[in-house]
Unconditional design. Structure first.
Length: 202
């Protein structure tokens, strides 16, 4: 009995298609996606980096470092509301991890809310410097120390700018308070002087 060549070819194609459909494409891990996102950032492709970080966060929704990375990219893309929500959740879940997120969160807020975030971030950064200098945690690294100091200096500059803009009234109140204290001290010293003169003359 002769074999039908057309039928044989169709069966072979069907088996090949079935075999291909059963072969699943390997799924990238969150770590691999984050690495691809960082590579995209070095190539100045924030949109592509955002997709990689978003996919990584879907696979690992509680990873605050991925949240911080995605929030950073969102700020670059002008998606401030999305960045704010990501940073807020990250700060709530792990407040002491990656202190820089507090500085980013401060940039997305105003007034006392921004000041509080700056102060929290600065405090955590200074604690990291103390840990490095005392050698109780991470091995002392001059480059890391310098980077932390630069971040702290920038944060203090941002706080100064905040007082000259949103918190200008608070600075005025503080200056008025200091000036009032000096006036009372001066009046008190004058009073002490008058009492002393009167006591001598009596």
């Amino acid at each position: 009995m002769s074999r039908n060549p057309k039928r044989a070819a169709a069966m072979s194609k069907k088996r090949s298609t079935s075999s291909s459909s059963n072969t699943k494409k390997p799924v990238a891990t969150p770590e691999q996606l984050v690495e691809q996102g960082n590579i995209a950032l070095t190539r100045l492709q924030p949109e592509l980096a955002s997709r990689f970080f978003s996919n990584a966060l879907e696979l690992s929704p509680n990873d605050t470092l991925i949240m911080d990375s995605l929030a950073d990219v969102c700020i670059q893309l002008g998606e401030n509301e999305k960045a704010y929500n990501l940073l807020l959740k990250s700060a709530s879940d792990e407040p002491t991890t990656n202190p820089v997120k507090w500085l980013y969160l401060a940039q997305l807020q105003q007034g006392h809310d921004a000041l509080k975030c700056y102060q929290t971030g600065i405090g955590l950064l200074e604690a990291n410097i103390s840990t490095i200098n005392t050698g109780t945690g991470t091995v002392a690294n001059s480059n890391t120390n310098t980077n932390l100091i630069n971040q702290i200096c920038k944060a203090y500059c941002s706080v100064a700018e905040l007082y000259l803009s949103d918190l200008w009234y608070a600075l005025q109140c503080l200056l008025c308070f200091i000036y009032t204290c000096f006036i009372y001290i001066h009046i008190y010293m004058l009073y002490i002087g008058v009492v002393h003169v009167l006591s001598i003359n009596m």
